[in-house]
Design a protein around this ligand. Structure first.
Ligand SMILES: Nc1ncnc2c1ncn2[C@@H]1O[C@H](COP(=O)(O)OP(=O)(O)OP(=O)(O)O)[C@@H](O)[C@H]1O
Ligand SMILES: [Mg+2]
Length: 362
């Protein structure tokens, strides 16, 4: 699986540019502020339907323009594959996958699987639960279309249920019950699928952390805030229903759904202690890196091909041992994009060097 080319129109500092890639290791080089991260962002956005650094899609449009277009072409197995997205400042999106129009931005997900590494990965540990849920969701969506579909249904049910809860005056308990069912059905499956994925991701991350930290503490991952500890869908649904019934008054008061996968959190623990609260800076960095490396391994196992790796400025920040881990992972594996100002401090040679200057490949 690899991306052969990307075409960018009015995206960030790219006016109109088409850039070809090697199926191996691509080095994006160039001075600060000339478009290395922007190019990685374009690939990330077209493969995963969101930017790795902002939630405001409007910011991605070149200044003084009204829309951007991104198009990538490549191969998945022995199939040609193309996908594109046009985003207009009004919020309108036009998505095409293999020439077919599609309404949803999320239809871009699940074709080219991608894992990104950047200094901001530390946010996975430091920031709020939303970032961790998003990490989990994107990971699962990249190997399970069933998860993507269930998540869509859950989010829709949640939105409708919340807007009903907000209309306190003409509250209709029967209508609410209809939304309860959709929420419970999709929500229970989401929690179970997340838990199963963590059962596989946990040991991979733990092994990675063991290597990086030279046999340090045991790393474990856990899902918290679940409506139930039940392992079966039926029992989970029962517990979910009971929980909603017990929260009915509080939910009417809050005008919000107070239980479900949208309240879950992913926890990282070293020797049983929360890394977020007790971890040192170096431990947090190692945990974030181990989890990212593990997610690439999980995707490779699930999809039977390595994901595309996007590495932004990571080598400058890493010590020797962590560099070696990443280098070991990259060598001879799938397609890799590395943004680095120069080639000097890289522990390997690139198959293609793309020199970027003011939003142009020269
Ligand atoms: N919407 C936009 N329209 C036009 N230019 C933009 C837009 N958003 C950001 N830029 C420009 O893009 C540049 C940043 O590009 P990018 O982050 O890709 O740099 P970089 O090559 O990764 O640099 P560094 O080595 O410092 O990480 C900035 O100079 C900024 O002015
Ligand atoms: Mg950058």
């Amino acid at each position: 699986m690899h991306i052969e080319s990307v075409a960018l129109t009015h995206f960030r500092n790219y006016r109109s540019e088409e850039i070809g890639f090697s199926p191996g290791l691509n080095l994006l080089s160039g001075p600060n502020g000339h478009g290395k991260t922007n190019l990685l962002e374009a690939l990330h956005y077209t493969c995963l339907a969101h930017s790795q650094r902002t939630r405001k899609d409007k910011e991605l449009i070149e200044w003084n323009e009204a829309s951007f277009v991104l198009r990538i072409r490549g191969r998945i197995g022995d199939q040609e594959h193309a996908q594109s997205v046009e985003y207009t400042e009004t919020g309108a999106k036009r998505v095409k996958v293999d020439g077919r129009e599609s309404k949803r931005l999320s239809d871009l997900i699940g074709h080219f699987s991608v894992v990104s590494f950047s200094p901001e990965d530390l946010d996975l540990i430091r920031s709020g639960p939303q970032i961790r849920r998003r990490f989990l969701d994107i990971l699962l969506c990249q190997f399970s279309l069933d998860y993507l579909d269930t998540l869509r249904r859950y989010n829709q049910a949640l939105k409708q249920r919340n807007s009903l809860l907000k209309q306190m005056g003409d509250f209709d308990a029967e209508v609410l019950a209809a939304y309860d069912s959709a929420l419970i059905e999709a929500g229970s499956r989401i929690t179970l699928m997340r838990r199963r994925a963590l059962d596989e991701l946990g040991p991979l991350a733990s092994a990675g952390y063991h290597d990086i930290s030279d046999g340090g503490e045991a790393l474990t991952l856990g899902l918290s805030g679940c409506v139930s500890e039940a392992g079966e869908e039926e029992a989970m649904r029962e517990d979910f229903r009971r929980k909603l019934a017990s929260l009915r008054g509080a939910e009417r008061e809050a005008g919000l759904t107070l239980a479900g996968p949208h309240r879950e959190d992913l926890g990282f623990f070293l020797a049983g202690k929360a890394v977020r609260d007790f971890g040192s800076q170096g431990q947090k960095r190692s945990v974030a890196l181990s989890v990212k490396l593990a997610s690439a391994k999980l995707l490779e196992a699930k999809n039977e091909r390595p994901p595309i790796l996007l590495l932004d400025d990571v080598f400058a920040e890493l010590d020797e041992q962590r560099r070696r881990r990443i280098a070991g992972m990259i060598r001879g594996k799938g397609q890799v994009f590395i943004a680095n100002p120069g080639a000097a401090d890289l522990p390997f040679e690139a198959d293609k060097v793309i020199s970027l200057q003011r939003g142009r490949a020269i």
